[in-house]
Design a protein around this ligand. Structure first.
Ligand SMILES: Nc1nc(C(F)(F)F)ncc1COP(=O)(O)OP(=O)(O)O
Ligand SMILES: [Mg+2]
Length: 222
């Protein structure tokens, strides 16, 4: 199987739920199930930070969430941990600027897997494209409560800049995104929004995801 098409990747990025065990008050398996039933189009397993699971517990937890994604046909992406992604035969990986280079990770996972890269400047976006990324995460768009070492809030400046340069790489915004502010990400040229807290700590993850999906759909360029 070759790399995913740009249009298919853009569709998958519409409502990109990201979660780890330490992002939830309630049962993470229940939260993920509700988010998918509410319309989440892609899931990223991001187990890191305070009280994150490690070792065998992390692998078992990842397998449980991967099983839920498989039941609903939602691709399962692993953050940072390329070895775990390969071990689980995950649908892809997401790496940051401090991880292995995108070129090396692309060679390790092969052409048929999804490769996402975090970017904060135009040169990082161009390098990600050259090295085989299927999408880029751009942020933090708004202040984030989740990522302890987040970079400066950038708004949608870089999303606009990438589009003004005529680059069609699929883009997902990240950082403090909610149903109230998701529209600006789409208007700037984003293909979707990635969300942790707004869904993982929602009173009703299904309804919250549904409303977020509606905002994205109404403002999607596709
Ligand atoms: N995890 C992410 N997912 C995305 C996605 F595009 F998928 F929305 N964009 C950005 C990040 C942040 O990635 P990174 O800079 O490595 O930090 P961390 O590993 O702490 O998440
Ligand atoms: Mg990372």
């Amino acid at each position: 199987m070759g790399t995913i098409s740009v249009n298919e990747m853009k569709t998958l990025l519409h409502v990109y739920f990201i979660m780890g065990s330490n992002n939830c008050y309630n049962d993470p398996k229940e939260v993920l199930t509700k988010a998918i039933e509410g319309g989440a189009t892609l899931f990223q397993f991001r187990e890191k930070g305070t009280n994150a699971l490690v070792g065998k517990e992390k692998v078992l937890f990842a397998k449980e969430l991967q099983h839920i994604c498989k039941q609903y046909g939602v691709p399962f992406i692993v953050n940072d941990d390329v070895d775990l992604a390969i071990e689980l035969n995950a649908d892809g990986v997401h790496i940051g600027q401090d991880d292995e280079s995108a070129g090396i990770v692309r060679r390790r996972i092969g052409e048929g897997k999804i490769l996402g890269v975090s970017t904060h400047h135009l040169d990082e976006v161009k390098r990600a494209i050259e090295q085989g990324a299927d999408y880029v995460g751009i942020g933090p768009v708004f202040a984030t409560v989740t990522k302890e070492d987040a970079k400066a809030v950038r708004g949608t400046v870089l999303i606009r800049e990438v589009r003004e340069k005529g680059l069609s790489i699929p883009i997902v915004g990240i950082g403090g995104i909610t149903e109230q502010n998701a529209k600006v990400v789409m208007e700037a040229g984003g293909d979707g929004v990635s969300v942790i807290t707004a869904i993982s700590q929602a009173e009703n993850p299904l309804e919250t995801t549904k409303r977020l999906a509606e905002v994205v759909f109404l403002n999607s360029k596709q």
